[in-house]
Design a protein around this ligand. Structure first.
Ligand SMILES: [Zn+2]
Length: 254
């Protein structure tokens, strides 16, 4: 099986300590959710279906999850109806961030049309901007920095594309079709920020490096502010100032 989030992959050793639900009213979770034996005879819902994941803002009992897709994500199918007749032998798979955001974007496209907030036509070219912005707004209410970064990258790439292709006559869906095409071609994937394209261990190293740089900058700021205080004090350093500065130098050295 393919890991979509760390919860699925890396937190396996601790997940049986988390009070995950032992039953669920959602028929889809029961059908395609990832259920696991905890070892004490109890089975818990490890990864819910996409809809339940969405409703929980992609966190499940404190851990990030993307939810389980149907046999294939909707954008890979030709029709738009969910395939719920999933043969038993196909294992459930957690969605990747890429599949997840595409699913959220298509959902939001439909929702905004229903609400009347967008009216795709051959004369419009800003429907997808509205859709992605609205998805970004939603994602920023979740505690998923990884999804937020991804979504921001998608938006800035979409905005940087310039003019859209000239639509065929009556092709009111040309914007979303163009977007899906680019998605399929991996245009967004290839340009997504360095961090999200790295392997998990490389990503850890890079994030650690970023963290160290931020920490150094923070220490330098603190040092500068101590020096400012000294200058305000007629250039006289007291013992506390000396101690604080030495402390900062030591931290920078290490
Ligand atoms: Zn569900």
């Amino acid at each position: 099986m393919r890991p979509g989030t760390k919860f699925y992959n890396e937190y396996e050793s601790v997940w049986n300590e988390i009070p995950l639900p032992e039953d669920c009213e959602c028929p889809l979770c029961n059908r395609i959710g990832i259920w696991k034996h905890r070892g004490d005879g109890i089975v818990s819902l490890h990864i819910p279906c996409y809809k339940c994941a969405y409703n929980n803002r992609f966190k499940w009992f404190g851990y990030p999850i993307n939810g389980v897709k149907y046999s294939a994500p909707r954008y890979e199918r030709h029709d738009s109806s969910p395939t719920i007749d999933l043969p038993n032998h196909i294992p459930s798979i957690e969605m990747t961030n890429r599949e997840l955001l595409m699913e959220v974007i298509i959902d939001q496209y439909d929702t905004l049309i229903t609400k009347g907030s967008i009216q795709p036509s051959i004369h419009t070219s800003n429907c997808m901007d509205k859709v992605i912005n609205s998805v970004l707004e939603y994602i920023s209410t979740t505690e998923r920095g990884d999804l937020l970064r991804y979504c921001r990258d998608i938006l800035s790439l979409w905005e940087s594309l310039g003019s859209l292709p000239i639509p065929d006559e009556d092709d009111t869906e040309y914007e979303i079709k163009y977007f899906k095409n680019l998605y399929h071609q991996g245009v967004f994937e290839n340009s997504i920020s360095q961090v999200s394209s790295l392997q998990p261990n490389e990503r850890g190293t890079l994030l650690n490096e970023e963290y160290k740089v931020t920490q150094k900058q923070e220490l330098c700021k603190q040092g500068a502010s101590i020096l400012d205080t000294i200058m305000d004090d007629n250039g006289i350093m007291n013992e506390e100032g000396y101690r604080q500065l030495m402390d900062i130098f030591l931290k920078l050295y290490n």
